[in-house]
Design a protein around this ligand. Structure first.
Ligand SMILES: Nc1ncnc2c1ncn2[C@@H]1O[C@H](COP(=O)(O)OP(=O)(O)OP(=O)(O)O)[C@@H](O)[C@H]1O
Ligand SMILES: Nc1ncnc2c1ncn2[C@@H]1O[C@H](COP(=O)(O)OP(=O)(O)OP(=O)(O)O)[C@@H](O)[C@H]1O
Ligand SMILES: [Mg+2]
Ligand SMILES: [Mg+2]
Lengths: 167, 150, 150, 167
């Protein structure tokens, strides 16, 4: 199982609809400072519900919606992650699994909607499906910028808890 | 519960010793504060970079801490692989030689797992199989190049 | 007391605007939360990298935050110089082009102040006038080469 | 005024007496990971009393004394900083000013001794002389490894206080 594509719409600095094709291999993401590299990692955390808005450098979820200079800004942001599921790691028949999350602003309230293969689902349903394929918020498969030595600096009990989660 | 913990711990510890040695040429290991009751205490890391003596974890340099942390992450990966890995500038404290070592390790592991590695360092970018370029257009909008073979 | 503060603040703010523009091509400024009673409130930084719109400080990228922080440090240096500066891997988040910009700025300022800059990045080392090499001998003992002209 | 030389004796990884000659210019300090670069910056903080042991990655001051593998370890560490004072920025006649700090271990107690141009002095006397030449613990002339973005991440009141100190 791997990620085939990430699609961003109005997510942070990705103001237009952008599709990022990916391969099941070693991919380096590079570009100048401030170009949007870490925003791609944030997009994964957002769609797969792996973290709070604080970790994505946003005070509230609406800060994740693209804001440009000229006038009319969009009122929603959406990220869709398409997985290659041909080995059926995720317990469904489909060979491609699509997970999507959208945050929408109506007046000054906002809400976010999750969907799995096109059907709306709840956060806990999504957590359940993802953790069965080894994608969990406590997992060490995502390391944020500046965070690489966190494991060394945390206290010994929290460090042991990493193994608890795996066991 | 204790059984399950100890099985995971022992396997990850074996992996850690192997990978830490591969990355830094030294000796390392995961240590339980309380072997009798592991869930009652914490876990610390003992790591001795090549040709050095053991020191407290906090006394290590930025680069040594990074290598030790990465050895731990890859030790977990080997025991319980995740479908993908997204690593954002994990090489920021590393000198050129260590960036190359970590890049080669990622290249090996990428045979069995997908790696998306944000990096500004040449040795890492050159080792990758594909490069995704990200740029900022006018009006503050990011865009990406397609995947290019490295 | 308020007089003295405002004199320092205004001078440092002018320097910050100038240096931030030099480093990132954008517009920046220091903003007092309470202009009437500056010592009653805090101070925030407004910075707009080139060709971008203003965003909250926390939303900036690692590289943009570094350039903004360095512009502030050099703005203070220009107003109240210290006898020496010791900077440890301040370029760790910067891409190659920004490392060069910061290195050139340090080179300018080093006409009037001494700079000791720990770095692993080529553009920074090449811009320095002298290089001090540090190595680890056997038995965990550090030693230094003499100062070599870069 | 600038630093002419830093002399380290048994300070952290500098197990032998090492003299580091310096010029009044742009000096890059480079070398492999773990070679001792940051320890040189720590030596400056130690000698000029610019920070606590916590910042120098030591739990207690004796952790700053060199510890090797083979047997007998020294019982003291000392750092001496020689300034070129030919412009008399420091209010003394000498053209060269020498500031030194030594931490000595006797049984399981330890004490540290400061000296200015060869004469023992107190910490507050040293602070006084140094702050008159622009070297203060709050000064932004020393930036530790990993700390470059701290000014951006601190709260607005602390950030304002940086200017208070200067005024
Ligand atoms: N909601 C938003 N709308 C528009 N732009 C945004 C939004 N949120 C963040 N940004 C912009 O995204 C940019 C940061 O992008 P990101 O952190 O991904 O950069 P990066 O490529 O990782 O850079 P670095 O190499 O410095 O780490 C900032 O300039 C920020 O202003
Ligand atoms: N009291 C001590 N005795 C002997 N060695 C020590 C002592 N304290 C720290 N060290 C060693 O000093 C080394 C760290 O040095 P330092 O942090 O200066 O490295 P560095 O050159 O800055 O590396 P990096 O590029 O990774 O930041 C560590 O390996 C540590 O074990
Ligand atoms: Mg980034
Ligand atoms: Mg260092």
């Amino acid at each position: 199982m791997h990620i085939k594509e990430i699609e961003l719409r109005n997510f942070k600095s990705f103001g237009r609809k952008v599709s990022i094709p990916l391969e099941n291999d070693f991919i380096a993401i590079t570009g100048p400072n401030g170009s949007g590299k870490s925003n791609i990692i944030d997009a994964l955390l957002f769609a797969l519900c792996l973290s709070s808005s604080r970790v994505m450098r946003a005070e509230r979820l609406p800060d994740l919606i693209y804001k440009g200079e000229n006038g009319k800004n969009p009122d929603f942001a959406q990220v869709t992650v398409r997985f290659d599921n041909s080995c059926h790691t995720m317990p469904v028949e489909e060979d491609v699994v699509e997970i999507s999350r959208k945050v929408k602003l109506t007046k000054d309230r906002y809400h976010s909607v999750y969907s799995f293969n096109g059907d709306t689902c709840s956060l806990s349903e999504l957590h359940d499906i993802l953790s069965r394929s080894g994608i969990t918020p406590e997992g060490y498969n995502v390391v944020m910028q500046g965070d690489v030595t966190r494991i060394i600096e945390m206290n010994p009990t929290d460090r042991r808890k990493i193994i608890d989660e795996i066991a | 519960k204790k059984e399950a913990f100890m099985t995971s711990f022992n396997a990850i510890n074996e992996n850690f010793k192997d990978i830490f040695n591969q990355l830094s040429g030294g000796e390392g290991g995961l240590i339980l504060e309380d072997e009798e009751d592991p869930l009652g205490g914490g876990m610390t890391i003992r790591a001795r970079p090549a040709r050095k003596s053991f020191h407290r974890l906090e006394a290590m340099s930025g680069g040594e801490k990074s290598l030790t942390a990465l050895a731990f992450i890859f030790a977990i990966q080997r025991f319980r692989p995740a479908p993908f890995y997204a690593l954002d500038e994990i090489d920021m404290f590393l000198d050129g030689a260590n960036v190359e070592k970590v890049a080669k390790l990622i290249n090996d592991v990428s045979q069995v797992a997908q790696f998306m590695v944000v990096s500004l360092r040449k040795p890492m970018i050159q080792e990758a199989r594909y490069i995704l370029g990200v740029t900022m257009q006018e009006n503050n909008i990011s865009s990406v190049t397609g995947l290019c073979l490295s």
